[in-house]
Design a binder for this molecule. Structure first.
Ligand code: V55
Ligand code: FE
Length: 491
């Protein structure tokens, strides 16, 4: 089945379309640390069928749920299966693509009118022993973590009213409550948002709705010990544009970032609004915390304009990935101050896919890690993933000393987001685990799991485990310790 020869579906992004199960992989170099025992879940976009309307984007590719299981005996099992969403099932039955452009139901074939369009391809969320595959345009999909079979749409035990759920939830490390939001909560392009949280068992505590000034993209959010913070991006949706067959998103270089903040257990009527720099785009937030003097700090990767090439094209913007300005930044709002503007501090070079130790969520923290580009590239980046280029460096930021240290991948290597695994040794910073892709010849790829000591990235990987099958890049991953994985129930 031919796919369009665009970066979304060629090279490393060549669709694979196969459910695979390989048991008993072992390290080819180094040794898997004894702490690394558990399940590394990954959300992998991989389309069943080629699009019938162009341009289109890999963001609409069907979701696959991948599990890399690190066994106590040092072997590793690799499994990947489609997430059987309503959309997946409808297209599988028809034997062809039925859904049209990214987040535009007016371009769908008539027989799927009203069928849920989400592909659950963004983050495998783990909470209270449940695995929920997510995408921000629809409900989550519950998956059995042991069989990887799809159970169905997840509505928090019949309680959730929001039609959408973010792929970026936050779990409090002390209470194990899960904090969640959805935008376009009442329907397509509607300026409504939902905010809810559950108890440690995943039971809904409270869902509230609020109106926003415009229907804005909101890919991620942050919590602190006492607050929930919603960063509205200057990227907006418009129903009339969709009805005319147009794109979901247009980025506005002259529009403010808007930051909404409320007490995380409070009422939406307590929400306050702050303004960030115009036109700046951020997808992923590393962390946020309070400083005890009324200031809230949140750390994220900002670019001077939207990074996605397809949204740039729809917005009359043309800045290739390697030319994007911006960087790793700390934005601060002062709840006791008189200004509604955020202040901006530079923290480090550009990158994305931030990772922290789960225990640091929403608290003052010393260190975080993220993917970046080698500042002295040894050749062009490996092309692939939903943004178009793979990362070639892994960085560690120490917020106490200010130091940044890291590791550059060898030439023709690219990496995805890491997961963090806690170490049992006191004072040890833990381990980072990621898939590394090696372009061994034009359009030929070898893949391996690499593991780093999170406290000593320059030493290079401590173990490499080759995976002898073609892998498509993930969007996000989640680490689940073995005891939690084994204790999980399916439903
Ligand atoms: C992102 C990813 C998505 C999406 C919207 O990383 C934004 C950003 C993989 O799906 O639908
Ligand atoms: Fe994301």
């Amino acid at each position: 089945m031919p796919f369009p020869a665009t970066p979304d579906w060629s090279g490393l992004n060549m669709p694979i379309g196969q459910e695979v199960s390989i048991k008993g992989l072992t390290a080819s170099e180094g040794k898997i640390p004894a702490d690394v025992v558990g399940a590394f879940f990954r959300a992998v976009p991989d389309p069943q069928f080629p699009p019938f309307m162009l341009p289109d984007t890999a963001l609409s590719d069907d979701g696959m749920v991948c599990r890399i299981l690190f066994n106590a005996n040092g072997t590793v099992d690799y499994d990947i299966k489609y997430v059987e969403t309503a959309r997946y099932k409808a297209e599988k039955a028809a034997g062809e693509r039925l859904f049209g452009r990214y987040r535009n139901p007016f371009t769908d074939k008539p027989q799927v009118a009203g069928v849920e369009r989400t592909v659950s391809n963004t983050t495998p969320v783990w909470h209270a022993g449940r695995l929920i595959m997510t995408k921000e345009d629809g409900p989550g999909t519950l998956v059995d973590p042991h069989t990887l079979e799809t159970i169905g749409e997840y509505d928090f035990g019949g309680t959730l009213r929001s039609k959408t759920m973010t792929a970026h939830v936050r779990v409090d490390p002390e209470t194990q409550e899960m904090f969640v939001f959805g935008y376009e909560a009442s329907g397509l392009c509607e300026p409504t948002m939902a905010y809810w949280y559950t108890d440690s068992a995943g039971k809904m505590v409270r869902e509230q709705w609020f109106d926003v000034p415009h229907c804005s993209m909101l890919h991620d959010f942050v919590i602190t010990k006492n607050y929930a913070i919603f960063p509205l991006q200057p990227t907006t949706a418009d129903l009339e544009r969709l009805k005319a067959g147009g794109p979901h998103w247009v980025h506005h270089q002259d529009m403010d970032n808007l930051i909404a903040i409320m007490p995380r257990y409070g009422d939406v009527s307590e929400m306050r609004w702050f303004r960030g720099p115009k036109g700046v785009s951020s997808f992923h937030y590393m962390n946020a915390f309070e400083d005890g003097e009324g200031r809230i700090h949140f750390d994220h990767h900002a670019t001077d304009t939207i990074a996605f090439p397809f949204i740039q094209a729809d917005s009359g913007i043309n800045v290739p990935p390697q030319a994007l300005g911006g960087g790793f930044q700390r934005w601060t709002i002062d709840l006791n101050g008189t200004s509604d503007e955020v202040s901006v501090e530079m923290l480090g070079p550009p990158g994305d896919m931030p990772r922290i130790a789960k225990a640091d969520e929403g608290r003052p923290y010393q260190r975080g890690w993220y993917c970046s580009m080698n500042p002295q590239p040894m050749g062009p980046p490996v092309m692939g993933g939903v943004v178009g280029a793979m990362f070639s460096a892994l960085l560690r930021k120490d917020f106490v000393t200010g130091a940044i240290s890291g590791y550059n991948l060898p030439p023709a290597h690219g990496m995805s987001e890491t997961v963090h695994v806690v170490a049992s040794e006191p004072g040890h910073e833990g381990w980072l685990v990621s898939i590394v892709d090696h372009e061994t010849a034009p359009n030929q790829f070898a893949h391996a799991i690499w593991i780093w000591n999170a406290g000593d990235l320059p030493a290079g990987p401590v173990a490499k485990v080759p995976v002898p099958t073609r892998l498509r890049p993930q969007v996000h991953g989640w680490w689940v310790p073995m005891a939690d994985y084994q204790a999980a129930k399916a439903g």
